[in-house]
Write a protein that binds this ligand. Sequence first.
Ligand SMILES: Nc1ncnc2c1ncn2[C@@H]1O[C@H](COP(=O)(O)OP(=O)(O)O)[C@@H](O)[C@H]1O
Ligand SMILES: [Mg+2]
Length: 323
Amino acid sequence: MSADALLELRGVDVAYQRRGHAPVRAVLGASLAVRAGEIVGLVGESGCGKSTLGRAAVGLVAPTSGEVRFSGEVVAPIGRRARPVGVRRLQMVFQDPYASLNPRRKVGEQIADAVRLGSGAGVRADVALARVPELLERVGLSAQIAHRFPHEFSGGQCQRIAIARVLASDPRCIVADEPISALDASAQAQVANLLAAVAQQSGLGLLFISHDLSVVRKIAHRTAVMYLGQIVEVGPTDAVWSEPSHPYTRALVAAIPRPGAGSHLPTELPGDVPDPARPPSGCRFHPRCPVVMDRCRTDDPPVVEVAPGWESLCLRSVARDGP
Ligand SMILES: Nc1ncnc2c1ncn2[C@@H]1O[C@H](COP(=O)(O)OP(=O)(O)O)[C@@H](O)[C@H]1O
Ligand SMILES: [Mg+2]
């Protein structure tokens, strides 16, 4: 896809096998690249496969086909063996900051552990601990809190601690899966802005998964829109949000201006996301599409290059001229 990609997914499929049921094809032929210094937003309704794609990107779930590469190396699913140091530079931030921290260890110790793990080579415990104050300050927390335990903090503060711990391993790319959706409204924008700022300051790649479209619009350079396992549109955030090409993106964008409408769709888009175990024929979006044509019910939609670096998976999408 692109020569300068830090994290690259090529034609990734992920199917969950369930006893006695048809497999759930949660991700289908997803291709996406994140470059150094770039923030890519991944949006879509709940159940569209965003978390599965994020987990495949860091090796937490194995693709059934396709490939994930990080700095050119294939990201092998995380097994019992330690990951190669190179791949440790790819880190994930999760939705629930309390669950991602160890409740029994002081936050400073957990951050120091991450310094040691991330280095691969034996960094002495005291050397690792000495880095803790700087890491806490980078996420807007006081160095004084290092000796406290996770339960003593709010969700927003805990997510900052989780981010400090991720930064401790000196990542080059971070995949953040709904990192703000479990936080109080007041903390959401702050934590999103913090993640974006630390990524930018250090030239990291950031894949920011969120159903909060207004936040993605604000921080992401590029936006990928997922529907029922597929990336249906991807392009520069400004272009995608101001003149969306795919009817699903148009529906999502129409939901943005209303305050608090981040997770709701406009009433023009009927129904729910279908069961990915029994997807619709042809275009997966056709049963809900306001501009459906006969061919959409039978034919797979083509990938249309709307403009360079901007693609839409829709029969109706057309290339646009000029800048
Ligand atoms: N471990 C699993 N086993 C079976 N199905 C799963 C599993 N995890 C997710 N799914 C299904 O895969 C689809 C995509 O889920 P997910 O990736 O969590 O979407 P999103 O993050 O966009 O809400 C959903 O239909 C979900 O029910
Ligand atoms: Mg999810």
